[in-house]
Design a binder for this molecule. Structure first.
Ligand SMILES: [Zn+2]
Length: 235
């Protein structure tokens, strides 16, 4: 079932490794078939070099396995919570990429210091609150999804397609699994550049709002004009 989706999720998981965002078996990518309400996700703890498209596990929106012989990623309940709350999202990537994770560990959102950031994110990359002990003891992964959703109250998840979970790391998303990996990659680059920018000037204010808006809106939304008919480039 859903062999195309499984193939896309498998490929995106390998791309996440190739991008250098994950080591060992850390990290996972999922995708969803909205019509059927089925999520395809990496199995738990399988080394990437032996991962096959057929190993990708299918789960429903209750997190129950509907196809696959391996256990799904332990982060599956987090992904499922996000798919339920964000109907526009078609793929989610999770990696403990170094710079984005540093911001998450420091409990700081990523300010927008330049147009690289503004091209991708419509504002600072948001940070969740910390989970309280009871939320960690019971249903930890589902509660991780819930605090992300809580943070996005009134926020369009496609305008801010990533989040930093405090003390943990980033989740990134997009309309497809491939797009979620691309978001994760841009997020890491933006986090690295913000870190360096803050090292050079620790009191620097974010980029002026009018430049941020110009860059975001020329690439996204009804009045976008950047690129060819279907944009793939960034500059
Ligand atoms: Zn994690």
């Amino acid at each position: 079932m859903l062999s195309e989706l499984k193939e896309a999720v498998w490929k995106s998981n390998l791309d996440l490794v190739k991008s250098g965002l994950v080591i060992l078996t850390f990290g996972n990518v999922s995708g969803i078939d909205r019509r059927r309400g089925i999520v395809a996700i990496k199995p738990s703890g399988v080394p990437y070099d032996s991962l096959k498209a057929d190993d990708i596990v299918l789960v429903d929106l209750e997190g129950r396995v509907v196809e696959g012989w391996l256990s799904p990623s332990s982060d599956t309940p987090t992904h499922v919570e996000l798919y339920k709350a964000f109907p526009q999202v078609g793929g989610i990537a999770h990696a403990h990429s170094e710079y984005a994770t540093m911001f998450a560990q420091a409990g700081r959102e990523i300010p927008c210091f330049g147009t690289t950031h503004a091209d991708q994110f419509h504002g600072p990359v948001p940070l969740t609150r910390l989970l309280v002990e009871a939320e960690v003891v019971e249903d930890y992964e589902r509660n991780t999804g819930k605090i992300i959703v809580e943070r996005f109250a009134g926020v369009d998840p496609l305008e801010l397609p990533a989040v930093l979970v405090a003390g943990h790391g980033p989740f990134a998303w997009g309309r497809t699994p491939a797009e979620s990996v691309e978001t994760a990659l841009v997020l890491e680059r933006v986090a690295k550049m913000a870190y360096g920018t803050m090292a050079l000037d620790r009191n620097l204010a974010p980029l002026d709002r009018y430049i941020q808006e110009k860059h975001y809106l020329r690439k996204h939304g009804p009045r976008a004009y950047y690129g060819q008919k279907k944009e793939t480039d960034h500059d």
